[in-house]
Design a protein around this ligand. Structure first.
Ligand code: PRP
Ligand code: MN
Ligand code: MG
Length: 182
């Protein structure tokens, strides 16, 4: 046992590491979208934290919208089946869209989502992902802004859940085997 308790094993990204990296990438986005009308599309529920922090770190004017899709279900792995649980409120025709994701694991969610959004006639679609895992490189997902490349281990916190828990941790951590037992 350590000071994280019996369920959390090791901190992978601290609050400060996350905050600093988001501000670095926000400065890039400010430059890239200086004279454009930017629409941030957050992917619920995991992207809630990064959407809140990234949008507040930007200086360019933005509008925000959300989609809810799910691929993990309640377990630890992507099922490959992407369901739209909530669609965008507004049309994205002619808009510059930046999809905001917490993590790209297999890349299945995002490759499906980007194709779906491109079919709606936007001016551009780019992707921001705070975290990316190695398998995402195999899937054909073109990510414009990446916060951190992580090893292939299951992580929770800062929006990421295991069976809907741990999303509200302000940092990213691994779980001990006890956490999976129930
Ligand atoms: C998680 C995560 C990403 C996606 C990544 O969402 O937030 O959206 O899986 O996995 P992939 O690259 O293998 O497709 P999840 O489907 O668990 O829904 P949630 O955001 O509501 O937790
Ligand atoms: Mn998600
Ligand atoms: Mg999930």
């Amino acid at each position: 046992e350590n000071d994280l308790g019996t369920k959390l094993d090791r901190i992978v990204l601290t609050e400060k590491e996350i905050r600093d990296r988001i501000h670095e990438l926000a400065a890039e986005i400010d430059r890239d979208y200086a004279d454009r009308d930017l629409l941030l599309v957050g992917v619920l529920k995991g992207a809630v934290m990064v959407m809140a922090d990234l949008s507040r770190a930007l200086h360019v004017p933005v509008t925000v919208d959300f989609m809810a899709v799910s691929s993990y279900g309640s377990g630890r792995r992507s099922s490959g089946v992407v369901r739209i649980l909530k669609d965008l409120d507004e049309s994205i025709e002619g808009r510059h869209v930046l999809v905001v994701e917490d993590i790209i694991d297999s890349g299945l969610t995002l490759s499906w989502l980007v194709a779906n959004l491109r079919s709606r006639g936007p001016a551009s679609v780019e992707v921001f992902a705070l975290m990316r895992k190695p398998d995402a490189l195999v899937a054909d997902v073109d990510v414009r802004y990446v916060g951190f490349d992580l090893p292939r281990e299951f992580v929770v916190g800062y929006g990421l859940d295991y069976a809907e828990r741990y999303r509200n941790l302000p940092f990213v951590a691994t779980l001990t085997s006890e956490a999976y037992d129930g």
